[in-house]
Design a protein around this ligand. Structure first.
Ligand code: SF4
Ligand code: SF4
Length: 71
């Protein structure tokens, strides 16, 4: 059940600084959460000013990853 960053991200950097697991990196257009490092503490979701970080069900996550590879 991973946390993911949506298109609402404004690259403010708050989540990157706040993640104690160093699971978040900034990409060109939005931040990215490494689900292998994330311990699902929820800090980034609370810190994000854009409400860009959401918690999704595993099935939704897999569907979104499939969409990405299809692009
Ligand atoms: S939920 Fe916690 S561990 Fe996971 S990316 Fe957010 S701040 Fe980092
Ligand atoms: S805190 Fe929210 S808006 Fe800021 S970089 Fe992270 S995901 Fe993007």
């Amino acid at each position: 059940m991973p946390y993911v960053v949506t298109d609402e991200c404004i690259l403010c950097g708050a989540c990157v600084v706040g993640c104690e697991s160093n699971a978040i990196t900034e990409g060109d257009t939005q931040a990215h959460i490494d689900v292998a490092l994330c311990v699902e503490c929820g800090t980034c979701e609370r810190n994000c000013p854009s409400e860009a970080i959401i918690f999704v069900e595993e099935s939704e996550y897999e569907a979104s990853q499939k969409e990405k590879t299809a692009e």
